[in-house]
Design a protein around this ligand. Structure first.
Ligand SMILES: [Zn+2]
Length: 450
């Protein structure tokens, strides 16, 4: 996603991201790797040592690979700060030099129809933001991704994705902003309560349409054909009461080598998708455990729980927004040429206030997502019964997520559990189910030997 969309449509993407479950796996080898010759606790073999098993898995990642992944992920902490600061600075400039006021006046000269004025303002606003933050976007999304060997895209196709994302931001943003400002103008003092409600409704709308109308703009989705992979997945779906008749694959390799899968949409648009990197790079047990995780999101109703939990965060955020806007307008409103809270020229101020709020509440939002991800991991372990496959997938995810952070670091920055946390969960589960051990998975090399 383009940065412009990211920083302004933050609200909605928090949720989309929450649901874009990122777990991994893959297989062409697709043979059943469950065997029974693993050491079994209680039969004279030494009791299974969870910690030693975790360390053994972590050691599968070569030190150079781990150093690269750590540097990439830790750099991301700083990027969050630069994103935040650059957004605030751009927004402040729009207010301070009355650019926002002129954009509003421009919209008012074109039409007297207020909803259309809001839409025109939005168009000019988001394009301005896109241009102003473009250098950082290029660094963050293109240069840096290539530097760490995580991107497969040349500049042309990458730029094409940015422009498409901008288009999505223009259309969806207008669908959100126009009714929101209409509501604010009619409701007066209590606008923020209804503003929060409209936001939650919009997020649900976005989550509903994303798999059908948004995701296909960036990747090609097709029904997974290979019965050796599809059949076990659908069998697991039936066993878990999931009404899926198809599994989708998409060409994530267009963008990167990252392994991932997700369950998106809900109600009529529910879709289980795995990316082609997962299919190419993982074994069947790894794919199964990944799918078990995604099914966990579905069975545990994470989409609805996420709406409720993020809804609480958003209501509080809008209360803060109401306070922040009134506070700033009473001091600087005149010099900025912003009339009141119902004036669309106030938008940069709203972005500043919400950016501060979401920046400060990052650990809260990450914890909401991360706890659901850990639940889905547990569900996946119980559904797929592939603890070693799970550990391998967790290692592959370590290509772009730090494997072994400190506890505070994980609490603050991780929207998914760290590799260590996930492998520990898998090994703890395996200790109680020694019959599921897979020596093939344990041995399987995951990273090219240097
Ligand atoms: Zn997930």
């Amino acid at each position: 996603m383009v940065r412009v969309t990211k920083c302004f449509l933050w609200l909605f993407f928090v949720f989309a991201v929450a649901m874009a479950a990122t777990t991994a796996a893959r297989a062409q080898s697709s043979s059943n790797t469950q065997t029974s010759n693993a050491p079994v606790a209680g039969q004279g073999a030494p009791a299974f040592d969870v910690n030693a098993a975790v360390e053994a898995y972590l050691a599968k990642m070569p030190p150079a690979e781990r150093a690269r992944s750590n540097a990439y992920f830790e750099g991301g902490y700083w990027l969050q700060l630069w994103d935040f600061l650059s957004t605030v600075v751009v927004m402040w400039l729009l207010l301070r030099f009355r650019v926002s006021m002129r954009m509003r006046d421009f919209a008012e000269r074109i039409t007297r129809f207020r909803p259309l004025q809001t839409a025109i303002y939005w168009l000019v606003f988001i394009v301005t933001l896109f241009v102003a933050t473009f250098p950082l976007t290029v660094y963050e999304g293109y240069i840096r991704e290539h530097k760490y060997g995580l991107s497969n895209q040349t500049f042309g196709p990458w730029m094409r994705d940015q422009v498409v994302a901008l288009g999505v931001g223009i259309v969806l943003g207008a669908i959100f902003i126009v009714p929101l400002f209409g509501l604010v103008r009619r409701l007066g003092r209590n606008w923020w309560v209804w503003g929060a409600v409209v936001s939650v409704v919009f997020i649900a709308f976005f989550a509903l349409i994303a798999p059908v109308y948004i995701s296909p703009l960036f990747n090609k989705y097709s029904k997974l054909q290979d019965p050796s992979i599809k059949d076990p997945i659908l069998s697991m779906a039936r066993a878990n009461g999931i009404p899926a008749t198809d599994v989708y694959e998409f060409d994530a390799s267009r963008q990167s080598n990252r392994v991932s899968a997700n369950v998106s949409g809900f109600a009529g648009t529910l879709q289980i998708s795995l990316n082609d990197n997962l299919l190419k790079r993982c074994t069947l047990p790894e794919i199964e455990t990944t799918m078990g995780h995604e099914m966990g999101h579905y069975v545990l109703n994470h989409i609805y729980k996420g709406l409720v939990m993020n809804g609480v965060v958003i209501v509080i955020g809008f209360a803060f927004l109401n306070w922040g806007i009134n506070f700033a307008l009473s001091r600087w409103g005149k010099s900025w040429g912003s009339r009141d809270v119902g004036d669309v020229a106030v938008l940069p101020l709203a972005v500043i206030v919400l950016s501060i709020y979401f920046f400060v509440t990052t650990p809260v939002n990450n914890t909401i997502t991360r706890s659901m991800e850990l639940e889905a991991d547990m569900y996946g372990l119980n559904a797929a019964r592939q603890p070693d496959g799970e550990a391998n997938v967790d290692l592959l995810l370590g290509e772009y997520r730090k494997m072994d952070p400190g506890p505070i670091e994980e609490l603050v920055f991780f929207d998914h559990p760290s590799g260590r946390t996930r492998i520990t969960a898998a090994m703890r589960w395996k200790a109680e189910h020694p019959e599921t051990a897979s020596p093939e998975e344990m041995k399987r090399p995951l990273f090219p030997t240097p």
